[in-house]
Design a protein around this ligand. Sequence first.
Ligand SMILES: NC(=O)C1=CN([C@@H]2O[C@H](COP(=O)(O)OP(=O)(O)OC[C@H]3O[C@@H](n4cnc5c(N)ncnc54)[C@H](O)[C@@H]3O)[C@@H](O)[C@H]2O)C=CC1
Ligand SMILES: O=C(O)C1=N[C@H](C(=O)O)C[C@H](O)C1
Length: 238
Amino acid sequence: MKIALIGYGKMGKAIEAIAVAKGHEISHIIDADSQHLLEKDNLQSADVAIEFSTPETAFSNILKCFEAGVPVVSGTTGWLEHLPEVTAKCLEKHQAFLYASNFSIGVNIFFELNKKLAELMGPHADYNVQMEEIHHTQKKDAPSGTAITLAEQILAASQAKKSWVNEGTHDADKLGIVSKRIDPAPGTHVVNYTSTIDDITIIHTAHSRQGFASGAVTAAEWLKDKKGVFSMKDVLNL
Ligand SMILES: NC(=O)C1=CN([C@@H]2O[C@H](COP(=O)(O)OP(=O)(O)OC[C@H]3O[C@@H](n4cnc5c(N)ncnc54)[C@H](O)[C@@H]3O)[C@@H](O)[C@H]2O)C=CC1
Ligand SMILES: O=C(O)C1=N[C@H](C(=O)O)C[C@H](O)C1
């Protein structure tokens, strides 16, 4: 499979190593200084694009993949206000798009646990829920995309919490997400329910970027010949 890498930073390089080890060809490497390579005539020779760039550039990169007719897997966080438009464009143009705030198998199982726990805790007003996420100091967005996914799952099931805020809070109707930036943390997410009687905490700790990169390559292999809008739930059959 010919893979166009869009964004050649920490994740782009980790994805390259895994893709090459699995026998794929990196046909394009497109970073901030090589934007001309995103042109339709150039990009269309790729079988799939994997996009891990920046919150400011992901939206336009994804649209360029649609113009070139190349299926695109994106893991960039911090741009999701544009997701409804991307989804509509993908369907309108009969293209393929797969987004995940986190591509690791462990986090996707953690999402399922979080959803189930939130449903179980929904009626129990004695418990307060709070979240924490810890990442390296180069991370541009806060809270992390993974933390937002977890928070949205909790809000969907909670009777008390109406919105999330990116700070600790004593407001009963707000879900506080505390973001910490400590090197070299690849990504830790904590969901904590506390009451006067007891606490329940679930935590996912990434030891490296390998899980994210490996999941993105698996998603690209899965997406290559499909049309439509998908998530990691489709890839992993969750
Ligand atoms: N969904 C997931 O599983 C994961 C998502 N991420 C997200 O992926 C994104 C990238 O993360 P990292 O690689 O750690 O960041 P990074 O800062 O190491 O790399 C980003 C790269 O994008 C490049 N770039 C800037 N403008 C560009 C443009 N217009 N087109 C193409 N490339 C451009 C930069 O020059 C840089 O090389 C972040 O949003 C991060 O939150 C990171 C890890 C896992
Ligand atoms: O920027 C990162 O590094 C990560 N970003 C993703 C996020 O924002 O959730 C996924 C992972 O936690 C690492």
